[in-house]
Structure formats: C-alpha cells, structure tokens
Ligand binder design. Sequence first.
Ligand code: FAD
Length: 397
Amino acid sequence: MRFQTEYDVIVLGAGPAGSAFSKVAARGGMQVLMLDKKKEIGSPVRCGEGIAEHSEADLGIMVLPQAVASRIDGARVFSPNGKTLCLKNEGTKGYVLERKLFDKHLAIDAARAGAHVLPHSLAKGLLVTNENKPCGVKVLHMGEEIEFRAPLIVSAEGMEAKLAREAGFDVKAALYDVDTCFEYEMAGVPCEPFIDLYFSNRLAPRGYVWVFPKGKDVANVGIGIGGSVGGNPKQLLDQFIAEHPELFKRSQPVEFKGGIISVGAPINEFVKDNFMVIGTAAHQVDPIHGGGIGLAIEAGNIAAEVALNAFESGGDYSKARLLPYEEAWTKKSGSKLAKRLTLRKVLEKLNDDDWNHIVGSINEEDLQKVMEGQFKSVVAKIVLTRPTLFKLLSALV
Ligand SMILES: Cc1cc2nc3c(=O)[nH]c(=O)nc-3n(C[C@H](O)[C@H](O)[C@H](O)COP(=O)(O)OP(=O)(O)OC[C@H]3O[C@@H](n4cnc5c(N)ncnc54)[C@H](O)[C@@H]3O)c2cc1C
C-alpha cells in the first residue's frame, strides 16, 4: 500500500474526539490523516457506553439506530441502605450505546468528509523542526515504519496521551484524580430503562457501581473507585454482584472491560505551537461520573473550527492562533466542570451513613438541582436535619 505522507493535520486517535475533529477539519478543506493503533476502530471498548440523548443535537452528530443498544428514560441513585432517588424528565433521556459501532460510525463519517483514516497504526514519536516544533509523526503501521508530516498535530489519544506528553503537555494524572474501573457486560440481568448508580464507600470507595442496561436482559455492570484509595475494583464488583442476587442470580459475563479515567481538572493548557490536545487526553471528563464521550466530541468540534480558521488564513498554527480553542472550551464547559470537581471533592468525604441520610432527606427535584449545579437550597435542607455536615457541604455554596 502506498501512502500519502504530507498532510495539513495529523490526528492521533480515532475515538470520539479524533473523529469529530477530523470530520469538521476535512469538511472545511483540510487534508486530514487520522490514525489509531487499534486494528478495528472502536474495539476493544473501555466504557459504560452511556450518553445523553440531547448530545445528538448539542454536538451535531447522528447516533445510528444500530449503535443504540437501549434507550434510557432517566437515572436512579441508590444509597448504601438501598434507598432510591429517580430522575426522569426530558433532560435525562439517553442511550446506552454499542460503542464498537458508534466509534466506527464516527470514523466513517470523518472518512466521508474526506479524512484519510488509518487503523492499525501506532504513533511512536514526534518529528520536530530545527526549532523543536512538532512537524510530523513516526508511525508503526503493520510492522512498517512510516513518517507522516504535517504542520499541525492533534492528540486525541485518550488517557494514554503519550505523544501529548512528548510535546511537553502535563498530561500525567495523579492517582487522586483518576478512577480505576472494571466492568462486565452481563447477560441475564433484569433491566429497566434507567441507568442505575450505587453509592457506597464500603463497596465502591470514592466512586460508584453502575448498571447500564443494553437491552431487556443485558447490562454493563461496572465499578469505578478512587485511584488513591487502593482496593481491587474487580474484587469489589464481584462482592457487589454477590450481594445483589435479585439482579444477578441468573447472570453471566459475556465481556470483560476496564480502564482508568480522569476525574480531576482538565490539563493546564490545551495548545502549544503546532499542537492541540482534545478530549480525554486533555482530561475533559466529568469529575462526578467519569463521562467523557460528549465532552470529547465537543472539544473535537471546537478545536477543528479553530484549526480551520488558522488553515484558511495561511496556515499559521502558532500557540496564539490555536488559543481560541482553549478559550472557547473553557467558557463553554470549563466552569461547569470546575463546579462538578468541587462537588466530587465534597461527596468523596461522605461516609455511608451520611449517604443514607442525604438520599433519605432530599427528593428528585433537589437531585435535579444538584445536577444543574444549584446547591444552596439542597445544602440548607440537608444541614437542617444533620448540622454536622455543615462544614463539609458549605464548600458548595
Ligand atoms: C470504564 C470506563 C467507563 C466509562 N463510561 C463512560 C460512559 O458511560 N459514558 C461516557 O460518556 N464516558 C465514559 N467513559 C469515558 C469515555 O470512554 C472517554 O471519555 C471517551 O472515550 C473519550 O474519547 P476520546 O476520543 O477523547 O478518547 P478515546 O475514546 O480513549 O480514544 C483514544 C484513541 O486513541 C488511540 N491511541 C492512543 N494512543 C495512540 C497512539 N500512540 N497511536 C495511535 N493511536 C493511539 C486509542 O487506541 C483510542 O482509540 C468511561 C471510561 C472508562 C474507562
């Protein structure tokens, strides 16, 4: 196979961030190469696969019917003693995806827009100019070393972010700011159209267990725990399963998944000369639940518009020309995620008794407010019946 080796932009990673960027950039006339080390884009999956329905309109994507494993009406939060809060309204509708198909479809869309897509291609290192500016990538494609060149490199590498690190970005996540996850896809689980989140410090320290239905009797059953609290997520998930025979007595795993995800702040800069970092590589992830698909696509879209502007005005990809991406993203999602990081740092200090008390003393309306970042009245309500939580919860108001 002969390769074109000169491009306007090389995109590292064909996850949601990389494909979103590539589609917009190629549609705008840039010569785009998007490569991924995976032989099959989208596989293996490391994800609970949940996404909000409004993401489609917000992000300008179309979720193919085949990529929807099930439709979701809302979310249920379970306290350690089994009390439940249920959120169900227009805004809580969503999908549990078949990400193998979803990611591949996003990459196909990018290819349709004109991007060159190259799976089975590991980006091994950066090529740099005499001034030490990135100008290309060394790639191992099916055993063959190839050098691709472009004046702009985009890291959409996910948590690994090896080349972003090589480019000088501080992408290393502290253990305190990651969740380590383990997940089974299981058959034989009775399912309702809700994503279920189980909070318990005993069973999921500084995290939660999720059950996301993928059909009437198939579900993603996973756990994320704080990276710094120690513990073995698989063992803890097995214990949860053993303690919930009403859900799992007839179930068996059909797939094992796992991974780590950032639940801290985004990295401190998203651009340098000739280089952009987008999606989970930039830690653009919700610190409460570790969701990052929508945020990755959002970042890909914003970054591509900025790259296109630079392309159209003569190909100056200096940091100053790329900075509008960082500014636009921070304005749109930065402050929202900062609030959610504060919430995470409060929630992680609650013991199981506090959790039981909180879930027992607030209602669905209160939970909705919390999700929207309006904490004041909810905190007042909780503190009224448990004044000892005042000091901790006052960080939210
Ligand atoms: C267990 C778990 C459960 C999750 N559940 C959810 C959920 O339910 N909902 C949600 O919204 N989010 C969830 N997330 C987070 C979500 O998976 C990520 O935020 C999302 O995939 C980010 O997209 P991305 O395109 O930025 O990165 P990724 O999807 O991680 O894509 C990065 C791509 O880059 C490729 N790559 C990396 N390095 C190289 C290299 N050197 N050369 C070539 N290719 C490379 C990888 O192969 C990969 O395909 C979960 C994460 C985990 C770990």
